[in-house]
Ligand binder design. Structure first.
Ligand code: ZN
Length: 161
């Protein structure tokens, strides 16, 4: 997912399923943080996803409100935002296939112009899989902090890349 431009986009519609995923995030990158910190971070992430904050605003809020160091705030911001958005999209595809009967698959596309980690290259090479299956590297991007791979639907069970 591309880094959003500065400022909030009033026309951006939040995906309710992404918001739910943000509310339920296990905060993989903050396993050792206190419960109080985790609660504040989760609340910030939910607002970020709900209101469609710009990238910089998310980092600022995590530093100011949760007391995270800047570098950790940047990592958590990008990871949690992409995680919630991608899981929310998968939830939407699953819901739509129950209505339409057209089963969507998922695949991963590299970020434009970005260097590619071997972890991500392996997933891209693997092609499309069922949305409820996992690649050996994980269920959905981001596969590691800083992963900016794009999750895209693949219709009709095609495995071409
Ligand atoms: Zn990646």
């Amino acid at each position: 997912m591309a880094v959003p431009p500065p400022g909030k986009d009033p026309f951006r519609m939040a995906n309710p399923r992404a918001i739910k995923r943000a509310e339920e995030t296990p905060l993989d990158l903050l396993k050792d943080a206190s419960e109080a910190t985790r609660t504040v971070v989760r609340a910030v992430i939910v607002r970020m996803v709900t209101e469609g904050w710009a990238y910089r605003d998310g980092i600022k809020a995590l530093v100011q409100e949760a007391g995270l160091p800047e570098d950790l705030a940047e990592m958590v911001n990008g990871y949690e935002n992409r995680r919630a958005q991608n899981l929310g999209r998968i939830d939407s595809w699953r819901a739509s296939w129950k209505i339409t009967g057209h089963r969507t698959m998922k695949k991963v596309s590299p970020r434009q112009g970005g260097a590619l980690n071997p972890i991500c290259q392996a997933v891209i090479d693997a092609g499309a899989i069922d949305i409820d299956d996992s690649w050996p590297q994980g269920f959905s991007p981001p596969f590691y902090p800083g992963c900016r791979c794009i999750l895209i639907p693949a219709v009709g069970g095609s495995t071409h890349k």
